[in-house]
Ligand binder design. Structure first.
Ligand SMILES: [Zn+2]
Length: 299
């Protein structure tokens, strides 16, 4: 029991004041399909606990093979959402360049199919991406002719490399050791470089309204931050928070409609929208405010 209690301390602030949150009886046996980017079984999570000290919410216990799940991840549905997701990356890049206008190089960690790398190259930056999923790395080659490094950080191929901006968009909520992740990123950051960490905000208006039905409650997410716990994590990694902003989302109308139909009985109408190609693909700009972006630099 002692061993169990030790493990149940908070990953961010180390407090042992940890209380059950939701889904304690859920299974921890999950596979690569359960961590797909477009998984829509909202509210289905691993057993979650909450730290009473810093309010970080985290999954416990965890499956043993988390990295393997991502290495074997394939997600055909994701390909249909690339256009709006590119817009999201462009917005985040634009924000980052406001903070670091003289940037010449970027690293995107958890690069997926290479959207941020692609946008950064278009902006004239020297861009490198790293991604664990073999399938996404091969799709990056097919779709954008990009060479994304297959792996996770720290990686030997990036040893001795330093960057002006390091992005991790929707990555930290998937990781077992968020503080170690921030520290690993820090070692790859140029002296005056910045880190840009985007993640769902579980204290946002929408998250609070939707409670356990919030779309970010999903099996792939094992750590849930708010501004308070993210600030703590940044401090624990001996980094400095510059500012928080809210992420703007773009989603294709058809995709959004499908997602909405898991909450409302409107699914029967979807085949009609699917036939209207322009409407199906139409990017809808959503300022939901339920994802936050932390801009971080060295102290
Ligand atoms: Zn805590």
């Amino acid at each position: 029991m002692k061993a169990l209690m030790d493990k149940l301390s908070c990953k961010i602030c180390k407090s042992e004041k940890v209380i059950p949150y939701i889904n304690q009886s859920n299974s921890v046996n999950i596979n690569s399909n359960d961590v797909r980017i477009t998984d829509d079984r909202y509210g289905k999570t691993l057993p979650l606990y909450k730290c009473e000290n810093c309010t970080f919410i985290f999954a416990y216990p965890l499956p043993e093979n988390i990295i393997e799940l991502y290495e074997n991840l394939e997600d055909e549905n994701y390909i249909s959402t690339l256009k709006p997701r590119s817009k999201e990356m462009r917005d985040i890049l634009k924000e980052a360049l406001k903070v670091k206008p003289d940037a010449k190089s970027i690293l995107d960690v958890g690069a997926g199919i290479g959207l941020m790398v692609n946008e950064s190259k278009k902006a004239g930056l020297n861009a490198v991406g790293i991604e664990p999923s073999k399938w996404l790395v091969s799709q990056a080659k097919n779709v954008f002719n990009l060479d994304i490094i297959e792996g996770i950080i720290p990686d030997d191929k990036l040893k001795n490399e330093k960057f002006d901006i390091i992005f991790a968009v929707d990555v930290i909520e998937h990781l077992e050791e968020p503080i170690k992740f921030l520290i690993d990123l820090k070692t790859m950051l140029n002296e005056n470089g910045i880190m840009v960490i985007a993640t769902p905000d579980c204290d946002s208006f929408i998250a609070k309204k939707m409670k356990e039905k919030w779309w970010h409650f999903r099996l792939a997410h094992i750590g849930y931050f708010n501004r308070n716990s993210m600030t703590k994590a940044i401090q624990q990694a001996s980094l400095n928070l510059i500012k928080f902003t809210k992420q703007v989302w773009y989603l294709p109308f058809g995709y959004l409609y499908q997602r909405l139909s898991s909450y409302l009985p409107i699914g029967f109408f979807y085949p009609v929208i699917k036939k209207m190609k322009n409407l199906d693909d139409l990017p809808v700009r959503l300022k939901l405010g339920d994802s936050m972006i932390a801009f971080i630099n060295k102290k």
